[in-house]
Design a protein around this ligand. Structure first.
Ligand SMILES: Cc1cc2nc3c(=O)[nH]c(=O)nc-3n(C[C@H](O)[C@H](O)[C@H](O)COP(=O)(O)OP(=O)(O)OC[C@H]3O[C@@H](n4cnc5c(N)ncnc54)[C@H](O)[C@@H]3O)c2cc1C
Length: 452
């Protein structure tokens, strides 16, 4: 007996159409239809739904915007309720004296960026999905983005969080000061926990003053290995660009076919390098980068105005959606990260695998921090091709770990990378994580079966 009257005032649905939609996210995994979806509007409603659901033995699946790439927000048992925070979009405070902002967890990253601009402020973490993904989802996956190379990832900006725990109680963790040493910093455990410890309802983030100027360089290479070589050379110039993105030839072709923005053709790779700061200083830095790239036979174009820059970023952000439009192929995507001095090695390794296995592999991503999105394009509805794809994933993970890298740079483990977790971390390490989960979620109701 569900007794939905106890949820009066809260928007819920049991309709099949909704339940189907909420059994997917942006990964290649599909989940199981939950019993119910609840669209909560505030912390109190989250707490009420959590208490109601746990009393009925339902598993709780926290959900932001569903742009997650690892299957973290999809139910894996029919005895589940999805708690969606997409109606919680309030920016409570922008404090330009303390350089902080406080938001409800469902606020969209890109909307917050636009609002901060009005105050001359800037929130650096900029996942390519920023027009859709929520800040709560960003915190729960510790999202990164192109600007991570200079400004770090979400973790570096989270100051305080309000969380609804698995028994429905509400706690506040962290604080609004940069310096703070008052016992264990429990908020850190929730960053990147993929909703397995509790539901984050409100977040205070650190923000920065907007940089004076931004300058964008588009660097094209006829040979992939020269692009791989250029990245550590740029980094050793003593310059930290705010982005250093890598695109291989297949990514460039996909973007061009869909957007027609006139990207260079017949090249093997491209870098999108962005500098920010004081204008004379970044112009000097740009000259050093152009000089370095030309020594590696690259062609360089500069986009100085806002619209030219936005056009390039629109193109860069369109790659993932373009990959989904392919008719006869589907992608298995992984987001590996390697130390940047091993980037050239992993890129040529990926090229070698694609040629050997005769399977297209599209690679692009945040090369400046060694984080590459690798998309293995398997044949649609072909089980043998799918199995081959998963064998390739294992080989790529194995090579990544051997090069000192991580099997996920920013998308998390969710369910899609769960089978590979022990390749990366020891059993003892996993047991410690499970012990932490038991402290916060002794009955295992919060997003069970995710990560481990
Ligand atoms: C086109 C595209 C480009 C992308 N580019 C990037 C990129 O550049 N960098 C990057 O890091 N990621 C990227 N992603 C992945 C994704 O956008 C991020 O992981 C994002 O942080 C997920 O946010 P979301 O609101 O969609 O979360 P969801 O997908 O809804 O959830 C993700 C995980 O967080 C949990 N969760 C969500 N909200 C809460 C909450 N309030 N409390 C507790 N747990 C919660 C869910 O249970 C789930 O485990 C991209 C995705 C797409 C589709």
């Amino acid at each position: 007996m569900k007794d939905l009257s106890l949820l009066s005032g809260i928007e819920i649905s049991e309709s099949k159409e909704d339940l189907i939609c909420y059994s997917y996210d942006s990964s290649y995994a599909s989940g199981i239809m939950p019993e119910l979806v609840a669209w909560v509007k505030n912390t109190d409603e989250i707490s009420r739904v959590v208490k109601w659901a746990t009393n009925r033995g339902l598993k709780i699946i926290p959900r932001g915007s569903g742009t997650g790439m690892a299957g973290g927000a999809i139910p894996i048992s029919s005895r589940s309720i999805v708690i969606s925070l997409e109606r919680m979009r309030e920016v409570h405070e922008i404090n330009s004296k303390n350089f902080t902002t406080t938001v409800s967890a469902g606020v969209i990253n890109g909307d917050l960026q636009k609002e901060l601009q009005i105050y001359g402020l800037f929130y650096p973490p900029d996942p390519a999905s920023l027009d859709y993904c929520s800040i709560g989802g960003n915190v729960s996956t510790n999202a990164g983005g192109p600007r991570a190379i200079k400004y770090g990832v979400t973790r570096n900006y989270v100051m305080e969080i309000e969380v609804v725990l698995s028994n429905g109680s509400i706690v506040s963790l962290g604080g609004k000061t940069v310096k703070r040493v008052v016992g264990y910093e429990l908020k850190e455990l929730f960053i990147g926990a993929e909703g397995t410890l509790g539901i984050i309802s409100r977040i205070t983030l650190k923000v920065l003053p907007e940089p004076e100027e931004v300058l964008t360089l588009l660097i094209s290479f006829n040979e992939l290995k020269n692009a791989g070589e250029c990245i550590p050379r740029i980094m050793s110039l003593g310059i930290i660009p705010r982005t250093l993105e890598f695109l291989d030839s297949s990514s460039i072709e996909l973007i061009e076919a869909d957007n027609h923005i006139g990207l260079p053709s017949n090249i093997e790779a491209m870098l999108l390098v962005e500098l920010d700061g004081e204008i004379t200083s970044i112009k000097r830095q740009a000259e050093m980068i152009v000089d370095t790239a030309r020594k590696l036979k690259a062609d360089v174009q500069v986009a100085t105005d806002y619209y030219a820059r936005e056009n390039l970023w629109k193109a860069r952000r369109s790659i993932s959606p373009c990959l989904l439009k392919m008719k006869d192929r589907e992608k298995i995507n992984v987001d590996i990260a390697v130390p940047i001095d091993n980037l050239a090695l992993i890129l040529s390794n990926l090229k070698e695998i694609a040629e050997r296995e005769k399977i297209p592999i599209v690679s692009f991503g945040h090369a400046g921090d060694g984080n590459i999105h690798v998309n293995i394009l398997i044949e649609r509805n072909n089980e043998a091709s799918k199995q081959k794809g998963f064998e390739i994933v294992k080989e790529i993970f194995s090579n990544t770990i051997a090069l000192g890298g991580a099997i996920s740079g920013e998308h998390g483990i969710g369910i899609t990378k769960k089978p590979y977790l022990e390749m990366q971390i020891s059993r003892k390490n996993i047991e410690l994580m499970k012990a932490v989960k038991r402290v916060f979620d002794p009955k295992e109701v919060m997003n069970p079966g995710k990560i481990f």
